[in-house]
Design a protein around this ligand. Sequence first.
Ligand SMILES: [Zn+2]
Length: 253
Amino acid sequence: MKVTAIPAFRDNYVWAIHDDRSAILVDPGEAAPILAWLETQQLHPVAILVTHHHADHVGGIREITARQAIPVYAPGNEAIFGRTHPLLGGETVVIAELGLAFQVLATPGHTLGHLGYFGHGALFCGDTLFSCGCGRLFEGTPAQMHASLSRIKALPADTLIYCAHEYTRANLDFALAVEPDNPALHKRLEEVRELRGQGKPTLPVSLSTELACNPFLRCDEPSVAAAAARHANHPIQPGLATFATLRAWKDEC
Ligand SMILES: [Zn+2]
């Protein structure tokens, strides 16, 4: 299984999962760069996986499926053009052309129907998790997002996380404000500076790196709960309360 980032808009990545004939497109927000890439690579699309309904994740579906009717797997409880397979989490998506299967994870928070697709050591997490950050709570509650992130934390540590946006550099500033003395963050900052300097994506990133760096996955750590308490100016329990405080703090930044 090869995975290639197709850059879209300003900072989106459409992930293409492919071999040398066929490609699955994850969150095709914009048709033009995807169609150009498929043409250059001489690949044909066989399926679309959608994590949530936001326009920058679904905007290309109409044009891509107009050329060829292919299955569109997407949240069943969100309005998504062209959806052929409504999903709610707990299903397995099998893409026969590539011999691949993905477990569907319900990850509400950023939106209520948000899904992740996990298989073959990879998680396509849309806007739930970013490197050193997490999605904004447009529809869900802190408790829903905290539970979704806990579900992701339980995956194997060597899972590669394919996020839908290149937000890592900016997220690191916030992560360092929370944990200025975390050595894993300083290491990741160096790595990210080098990758961005070469114009390369900072993704995928391993779950183990995120567990060491991402404050939103580290809400049980005393150092993170203490930072949340300092910001709020009153004691904050580790876990959900720390998560809710961090999310609100980041929204102010
Ligand atoms: Zn979104």
